[in-house]
Write a protein that binds this ligand. Structure first.
Ligand code: SF4
Ligand code: SF4
Length: 292
């Protein structure tokens, strides 16, 4: 089962929920758990999990490299590129990596075989273990514009093809843009973490639009820092038929543990059962049987 933990914006407690859900499950012994930090611009799940990273792989996109000794400057490559990522100007061929989608059309269509593809490195994937948990994260190079190719490759590497009986928890980037869509795609369930405030509600609406309305995925909500704000999120969820699966109160002990990088299930053991109950509820809604 693949569960994406998302939120309309940063700082709502998304990573806290992803990490503690994974830890609670692995402490309970079953099933095998993977945590994948898809927030490639600012991965921070590792701060709580302290994984040992055993593998590191540079990732990016294949972009064209033109051999000017073979090129006749016919312009065919520029003609077939749908993204204006390659241009022939006089006796020069210009490639714009930030526009290139790595589709390979230019290479295929060059009549002289003058183009080869080379890897434009955008970041790294790091994989390892945090105790029994399989952990993976992506890290985008500073100044890089596109997170999506890194997230796509991270998911490809980190999610086993046959993951029946395993739980994969994806910590999505904040927001509702393309990297979030890429993280959610293919999930069995999207858990939205929100705060019960007008700002939280605004961002929750946008996130629900993406996950439920555009991608057709089932969604549920975790309200974090209950006690601040108002009833708006509750009313919205009721109106929309979105289940609220967990409520985490505003509690100084949680904030203290967070600031010291200690997961909730370790600092406050009562949350072990609460996160297991959250998992059982998601499994029930997805139709996955879990051990009692
Ligand atoms: S299609 Fe090939 S030969 Fe023609 S301009 Fe592009 S690189 Fe040069
Ligand atoms: S790989 Fe595709 S997107 Fe990139 S320059 Fe070639 S045709 Fe354009």
């Amino acid at each position: 089962m693949v569960i994406t933990v998302a939120s309309g914006k940063g700082g709502t407690g998304k990573t806290t929920v992803a990490v503690n859900l994974g830890l609670a499950l692995s402490k309970a012994g079953q099933p095998p758990v993977h945590i994948v930090d898809c927030d490639v611009e600012e991965p921070n799940a590792a701060l709580f999990l302290h994984p040992t990273l055993e593998e590191r792989e540079e990732v990016g996109q294949l972009i064209p490299e033109v051999n000017l000794d073979l090129c006749t400057f016919c312009g065919r490559c520029a003609e077939v590129c749908q993204y204006s990522a390659i241009a022939v100007v006089g006796q020069r061929v210009l490639v714009f990596p930030e526009l290139c989608h790595g589709c390979g059309s230019c290479t295929l269509n060059c009549p002289e075989g003058a183009i080869r593809e080379k890897l434009d490195v955008m970041g790294v994937l790091e994989m390892g273990r945090a105790g029994p948990i399989a952990f993976a994260q992506g890290r985008m190079n500073v100044g890089e514009a596109m997170a999506v190719p890194i997230i796509r490759q991270l998911k490809r590497q980190a999610i086993p093809e046959d993951h029946d009986g395993q739980v994969i928890i994806l910590d999505a980037p904040p927001g509702t843009s393309c990297p979030v869509v890429e993280s959610m795609r293919g999930s069995d369930y999207v858990l939205m973490v929100t705060e019960p405030t007008p700002f939280g509600l605004h961002d929750l609406r946008l996130a629900v639009q993406v996950a439920r309305d555009e991608l057709g995925l089932p969604v549920g909500v975790v309200i974090n820092r209950e006690g601040i704000g108002d009833e708006g999120v509750d009313a919205y969820c009721e109106e929309e038929g979105i289940p609220i699966l967990m409520r985490i109160p505003l509690d100084r002990r949680i904030a203290e543990a967070y600031s010291e990088g200690i997961p909730m299930v370790e600092a406050l053991p009562e949350y072990q059962e609460a996160f297991l109950a959250l998992y059982r509820e998601i499994a029930h809604r997805v139709g996955v049987e879990v051990a009692p």
